[in-house]
Design a protein around this ligand. Structure first.
Ligand code: ADP
Ligand code: ASP
Ligand code: MG
Length: 442
């Protein structure tokens, strides 16, 4: 059994759906469980529709048009999902009347994207003679916390998934919605943007798949974001830890939580290009490969806030750091990069977290200075030559006059992170990419 997950760009139109069908057909003998995202930009369009509804405008034309065009071009009967389209309109009408969009309502709304896509694609497979059955996430056993918009998949899902999908007839291919589930009260939840990768990994782990295939529009995981650098190279192999670090530090190619379930069960994750299925892509496994280059890939996380704390009370004090981090824990704020000295601590946080509450509470225990508009540029690679990475990185940036404001290096043996101004982020990634992937390191 394998998992085959296809994202929105792999399913953008009727022609792409035909390609995806051809890819799945080639793997039917491996009994795939297929996981789909919403078609094209449907999730973005649903978010736009929700905000329009708040302004009193109910408009689903872009979403309806896309699905109707695909159905017409593939010769499918779209009456099968008209009920869902009606429900979507009713919900938007409700939002426009009440002028309120809670995280719970937003999740209910966003789920329509994936719910539509599995119905359209299953209808297409069935029309082509492949027996397929659509499943909403909760029908496939995905049970989550009630943390709307960023729900966690609960451990009880694993048994529920094998019960729901494990006993299917051999000839039936399940087509499961990514990204969505239900909490224990039955409310629809979503797993955060890009959450279909996580669904794929959880299903793979629950069903002990031979492999979890994640099909994208790129030749696997690249040495950096192709939107930042013109010609990054595909990475043939990396470890679970490296992939997790990359995803956590901003590589938008995989959901940050999608590696854990695969790693726990030691199931290889293969990232492939649905536009070029013959390309080997990237395989993520437990074993590190021998590599000359100490860096596997470079990522960038923008919009970070730097918090500097100074206090002479820190000197020789027990429990000072504990108090600081208890405060972060109470406010549910996570810290990415930390540097400490005898009398100061500097750290970075994502700007979306509640920084103002933090500032006032920290002010009780230390002098606080907060600056925004920072980026973390991370060089990821499980290597034993991190001093070399640091030396080459700092040289490459200082030659071009880029100021590195903070360095974190060595703690995980997987990541050297440099904090720079947002304005310098893209140039830093380009310079570092050139340094590590276009020159010889000595
Ligand atoms: P899907 O919708 O199929 O899940 P995503 O758009 O979420 O696909 O992820 C693929 C995109 O991630 C690529 O098109 C690319 O622009 C972006 N990306 C960012 N960093 C990387 C990277 N290091 N390697 C590959 N793709 C990356
Ligand atoms: N459709 C969701 C999104 O756009 C989930 C996903 O694509 O993985 O974020
Ligand atoms: Mg994605």
């Amino acid at each position: 059994m394998i998992i085959m997950k296809f994202g929105g760009s792999s399913l953008a139109n009727a022609e792409r759906m035909r390609h995806v069908r051809a890819i799945i057909e080639q793997h039917l003998h491996e009994r795939p469980v297929v996981v789909l995202s919403a078609i094209g930009k449907t999730t973005d369009n649903l978010i736009t529709a929700a905000h329009q509804a708040l302004e009193g405008i109910v408009d689903t034309s872009a979403i309806e048009q896309l699905h109707t065009d695909i159905a017409r071009e593939l010769g499918l009967d779209d009456r099968e999902w008209q009920g869902l389209v009606q429900e979507l309109n009713t919900l938007l009408m409700g939002i426009s009347l009440v002028k309120e969009l809670s995280p719970r309502t937003l999740d209910h709304l966003l789920a329509f994207g994936e719910r539509l896509s599995v119905r359209v694609f299953s209808a297409f497979l069935n029309q082509q003679g492949t027996h397929a059955k659509p499943f909403d996430g909760w029908e496939a056993g995905i049970i989550t916390s009630s943390n709307h918009n960023r729900a966690e998949v609960l451990p009880e899902s694993y048994q529920a998934i094998s019960k729901a999908l494990g006993g299917l007839d051999i000839g039936v291919t399940p087509i499961v919605t990514g990204f969505i589930g239900k909490d224990s009260s039955g409310a629809i939840t979503t797993l955060g943007r890009g959450g279909s990768d996580l669904t794929a990994a959880v299903l793979g782990a629950a069903l002990t798949a031979r492999e979890i295939q994640v099909w994208k529009d790129v030749h696997g995981i690249m040495t950096t974001d192709p939107r930042l650098v013109t010609a990054p190279h595909p990475v043939p192999q990396m470890t679970f830890q490296e992939a997790e670090e990359l995803a956590y530090f901003g590589a938008k190619v995989l959901h940050p939580c999608s590696i854990q379930p695969a790693m726990r069960k030691n199931i290889p994750v293969r990232v492939k290009n649905s536009y070029a299925p013959e390309h080997p892509g990237t395989v993520i496994t437990a074993e590190p490969l021998e590599r000359d280059n100490p860096v596997v890939a470079i990522t960038c996380k923008r919009g970070q806030v730097m918090v500097h704390l100074t206090s002479t009370r820190m000197l020789g004090q027990y429990g000072f750091l504990a108090r600081v981090f208890q405060l972060f824990a109470d406010l549910r704020i996570s810290v990415d990069v930390i540097a400490t000295s005898e009398v100061s601590i500097s750290m970075t946080l994502d700007k979306h977290q509640g920084v103002s509450a933090l500032e006032s509470q920290l002010a009780d225990i230390a002098n606080v200075h907060i600056v925004s508009g920072r980026s973390i540029v991370s060089l990821v690679g499980g290597n034993s030559r991190s001093a070399l990475v640091l030396e080459h990185s700092l040289n490459a940036l200082s030659r071009e006059g880029i100021e590195v404001q903070m360095i974190s290096h060595g703690a995980s043996q997987l990541n050297t992170s440099l904090v720079v101004d947002d304005a310098d982020a893209q140039r830093s990634v380009r310079l570092l990419h050139e340094q590590f992937f276009s020159r010889s390191l000595s």
